[in-house]
Write a protein that binds this ligand. Structure first.
Ligand code: FAD
Length: 427
């Protein structure tokens, strides 16, 4: 398209990480058309990672961009006015306040909503799913007041909340349905090490436990009852059992969805005028070669770059190896790739020192994922190994005395991180 043509309107639905990033990228790349950024929340885009890690700190609210950025860059930021309908025939969207906006490109960046716990008492006051600034403010107040926390779900968000709440001296119990924390996303080795780490710092972790009921008194949470009848007293329940893609608008508009909006490796949906980015997507991932729903900042930013390339007609950005991070106590964790239980772990470093890495290798010695703790150099090398599918020497990898540049058997093979390529459609 001719990006300098004013008739080319872009409407972005969802002013979160993905939508906010795309708006900035488009103006940086000199998109000269009209741009409307529709927000359901009453505030401009902000960073979500601090909500579970730094909610006890004064500076936990971090804006993606200063508020003046939207004005200065002629981005029409419509706060507190969710889009209620997409009219694909007329190519317009309607908002709750009754406004209509035409689009040449529509970008759906509606994120995901916390999954609710399907048990009695889930509507009690003090039962919280952590996604928004409002949720984090409730959590902050409770923790600063010394609340006893029950966290349902031992995923990354649950463990981050546990660590931050313990650091403020709160009593914390983590209840996990699977037989280990992080069962969906991390290796058993990392789960075991983190369980020991949290337990040693006073968090009670109950794995293999199912919540039967949330118990209330005068409409407020007072405890959690498990199916084995164990009762845990608490003043706040944080439910961290995953998120559901907010694909309702897309489904109502008959856009291809499968537990998320299905997009190709350029963020294109089944409608050529509609793109989708961020947590709401089931994306065709070039390095993995299959559909995945990634919920991470790097993935949202990568897809924002893809959408910008489509809108601006510029070359396709290089594929990126999926990665994300988590901070728990003084552990700075960075993970790359996607853990596959068919791989075997190679430990580099010593968990007792607080700095180590787990490389997960196929029988041929190819790393599919890496989990690093306070080991930034291992993360960088591991991410590169995954991208190049280098074959690694297990013994050398396990020996911290061998430099990481010397652990590949015969140098990089089959590079998958390609540079600029033509736009090809693959849904
Ligand atoms: C507590 C927490 C901690 C996290 N920590 C990390 C981390 O450490 N590292 C990491 O990589 N990732 C982390 N993540 C994940 C990361 O924040 C998400 O992957 C990222 O925010 C996804 O961006 P998004 O724009 O797709 O969704 P969001 O940021 O959720 O934004 C979607 C926005 O769309 C809005 N919206 C929905 N429907 C409509 C509508 N109809 N009209 C208008 N607006 C609408 C929503 O209100 C929301 O503001 C964390 C997430 C949470 C919740």
């Amino acid at each position: 398209m001719d990006a300098t043509h004013p008739a080319h309107n872009v409407v972005i639905v969802g002013a979160g990480q993905a939508g906010g990033t795309l708006a900035g990228l488009l103006r940086q790349q000199k998109f000269a058309g009209r741009m409307v950024l529709c927000a359901a929340e009453p505030v401009p885009p902000y960073h979500r990672p601090p909500l579970s890690k730094k909610f006890g700190a004064e500076d936990f609210l971090q804006w993606l961009r200063p508020e003046s950025f939207y004005r200065d860059n002629d981005i029409e930021l419509r706060l507190d006015d969710p889009v209620t309908r997409v009219n694909r025939l007329a190519r317009t969207v309607s908002t709750a306040s009754g406004a209509d906006f035409p689009y040449a490109y529509l970008v759906l960046a509606t994120g995901a909503s916390p999954r609710t716990l399907p048990v009695a008492g889930n509507d009690l006051q003090g039962v919280l799913g952590l996604r928004t600034l409002t949720d984090a403010r409730v959590l902050r107040e409770s923790v600063l007041a010394g609340a006893r926390l029950a966290i349902v779900g031992g995923g990354y968000v649950g463990l981050e909340v546990a660590a931050a709440a313990r650091a403020h001296g709160c009593s914390v119990t983590v209840i996990e349905r699977e037989d280990r924390v992080l069962a969906r996303v991390a290796s058993p080795e990392l789960s075991r090490i983190l369980t020991e780490f949290h337990t040693a710092r006073g968090t009670r972790i109950i794995a293999g436990a199912e919540v039967a009921e949330l118990l209330g008194a005068a409409g407020r949470i007072r405890g959690v009852r498990l199916t084995d009848t164990t009762e845990i007293d608490c003043d706040l329940v944080v439910v961290g059992i995953g998120a559901i893609p907010a694909d309702g608008l897309a489904r109502a508009a008959d856009i291809h969805c499968r537990s998320g909006i299905v997009v190709d490796e350029l963020a294109r949906t089944s409608d050529p005028h509609i793109l989708a980015i961020g947590d709401v997507t089931q994306r065709l991932h070039a390095t993995l070669g299959r559909l995945v729903r990634l919920e991470s900042i790097p993935s949202a930013v990568e897809q924002a770059k893809q959408a910008a390339a489509v809108i601006m007609g510029t070359p396709v950005p290089a594929h990126e190896v999926p990665w994300f991070w988590s901070d728990q106590f003084d552990l700075k964790m960075k993970m790359a790739g996607i853990y596959d239980p068919a791989t075997a772990a190679v430990l580099r470093g010593d968990p007792d020192t607080g700095a180590f890495s787990l490389f997960h290798l196929t029988p041929e010695g190819v790393a599919l994922s890496v989990e690093t703790v306070n080991a930034a150099a291992d993360f960088m090398a591991g991410k590169k190994f995954i991208g190049t599918r280098a074959q690694l020497d297990r013994g050398a990898l396990a020996d911290p005395g061998t430099a990481l540049r010397d652990v590949a058997l015969d140098g990089p093979s089959t590079p998958v991180a390609a540079g600029a390529r033509p736009h090809t459609r693959r849904i």
